[in-house]
Design a protein around this ligand. Structure first.
Ligand code: NAP
Length: 237
């Protein structure tokens, strides 16, 4: 059977690095993001038979349409990576409701919607694997990131519950929880301010996280696991 992987948030950052590794391994990929031009450019750079789709994960209708289109053009999706995410870092008392909802809708509801659609397809194929990209702050919390931490903590609870729900259907669900990684999301952070609290003394690279995502996608006896990839940040946090 073809290995078809949908990568939500696959156009940039960690999702893009996952796409690079999976393309090398012969997967057929759907690169999915809101910005179609960037998604198309990434799919093109991968140099194979990969396709780009425009979708806002927080919109159920968009997610359903995207799964229909993927099935039409790539066949059934048997691997799913949820790397779409946003942050609106601020103290809770300064966070408006719109910013709360956008983080919850993208980071948590979005992954629920894509998992729901993917699981339906995976049940019909009698198997599949999902990796959701969480965050170390979903386990530890972080000042200035109450809502973002809640979205990632929720994603971990959701993923563990779903792993129990679909394990007998031969579907595995795992989480990778990164620390600080060099992507657009962290481009305004000053790395030197954080080096002291990271055992390895540096931010990670997208490919260093992507290796963990691919490992979990391909590990047949691991499910419901949260794999922390943070350079030892949690040792100090
Ligand atoms: P990034 O470079 O900003 O990339 C985010 C990706 O998600 C882009 O492809 C973006 O494309 C897509 N995206 C955002 N909102 C979307 C939406 N509503 N619908 C569909 N796609 C959407 O971020 P990153 O650092 O790679 O983050 C990837 C994941 O890792 C996120 O879940 C993030 O929370 C998590 N994470 C990152 C770090 C870090 O230090 N970078 C640490 C821990 C966890 P469009 O903008 O075109 O939609």
């Amino acid at each position: 059977m073809d290995k078809v992987c949908a990568i939500f948030g696959g156009s940039r950052g960690i999702g893009r690095a996952v796409a690079q590794l999976l393309a090398q391994k012969g997967y057929r990929l759907a690169i999915i993001a809101r910005n179609m031009e960037v998604a198309k450019a990434t799919a093109g750079d991968l140099g194979g038979d990969h396709l780009a789709f425009s979708c806002d994960v927080s919109k159920e209708h968009d997610v359903q349409n995207t799964f229909e289109e993927m099935e039409k053009h790539l066949g059934r999706v048997n691997f799913l990576v949820n790397a779409a995410g946003i942050n609106r870092d601020n103290l809770l008392v300064r966070t408006n409701t719109e910013d709360m909802l956008s983080q919850l809708h993208t980071n948590l509801l979005g992954s629920m919607l894509t998992c729901k659609a993917a699981v339906k397809s995976m049940i019909q194929q009698q198997g599949g694997a999902i990796v959701n990209v969480g965050s170390i702050v979903g386990l530890k919390g972080n000042s200035g990131q109450c809502v973002y931490s809640a979205s990632k903590g929720g994603l971990i609870g959701f993923s563990r519950a779903l792993a129990k729900e679909v394990g007998r259907k031969k579907i595995r669900v795992n989480v990778v929880a990164p620390g600080f990684v060099h992507t657009d999301m962290t481009k305004n952070l000053k790395e030197e301010h954080f080096k002291e609290i990271i055992a390895l003394g540096r931010f990670g690279e997208p490919l260093e996280v992507a290796h963990a995502v691919v490992f979990l996608l391909e590990s047949p006896y691991i499910t419901g696991h949260v794999l922390v990839v943070d350079g030892g940040l949690q040792l100090i946090m």
